[in-house]
Design a protein around this ligand. Sequence first.
Ligand code: RIB
Length: 306
Amino acid sequence: MQANVVVVGSLNMDLVTRAQRLPQAGETLAGESFFTVPGGKGANQAVAAARLGAQVAMVGCVGADAYGQQLRDALLGEGIDCQAVAIAEGVSSGVALIVVDASSQNAIVIVAGGNGQLSPASVMRFDALLQSAEVIICQLEVPAETVEYTLARGHALGKTVILNPAPATGPLPAHWFGHIDYLIPNESEAAALTGLPVNDLASAKVAATHLLALGVGKVIVTLGAQGAVFADGTGFEHFAAPVVQPLDTTAAGDTFVGGFAAMLARGEGVREAIAFGQQAAAISVTRAGAQPSIPYLLEVQTVVTA
Ligand code: RIB
């Protein structure tokens, strides 16, 4: 099997608590439930792309612990090529401590663990995977130099390069932008990248214009229930979000990115890919947890054709 989507990124075990609300500083809150599920932005995007029709390979790193084994097994169970998911001795696997509140919003603390060991050399070693890909996806839960290398290499190979700048803490290095075909931030990430407030359609357009001026190919700002704004330098398009009752928004953005990439990899147009990614993400928010919430192709097609 040759992978047409390659994800270079993180794998985390998600330790998830539900509580009425998110705790404040110094406060101890009683949670209502607890569960442990595979997550990590990279792995979630890989699972989404695989469930939504792509042949996927993952490049990542876990610790030599039980979580690492479970995280790798979860991807293997989805038919994802894990030859490039290394197991590092002496570090834990990545973990994410997640609290989901009654209104389905979440707060997440991540500990990089093995994700922090993913070096440019770990990606170079599997250059054949990048060469076989149509689409290469990165996020920001692995070292910046590894993201930088992957973006540059993907661009040099003429691949479609997607950066989901999550989590974003500030502007990206200027020389990255020319290597990115699709930059896909959410509101808070677009705000962190530009220094501008982003909370609605109008402000998303301003931020997208700013990002295009920095040299990125195309921008998709995802706005949750407010949909998504697509900007390619010739204008803006708004894609309304499907209306659903959210239970847990964890991995909604990852589902969008994975679904979007799967559609591009099979030759669909960008508008079809955005609408498809939105349908998949809308299903995911009605379910709890990261990877367990991601729908399969048939579920999304059923909604699209209904
Ligand atoms: O995007 C959701 C993901 O963010 C979670 O699965 C968690 O692992 C964090 O990486």
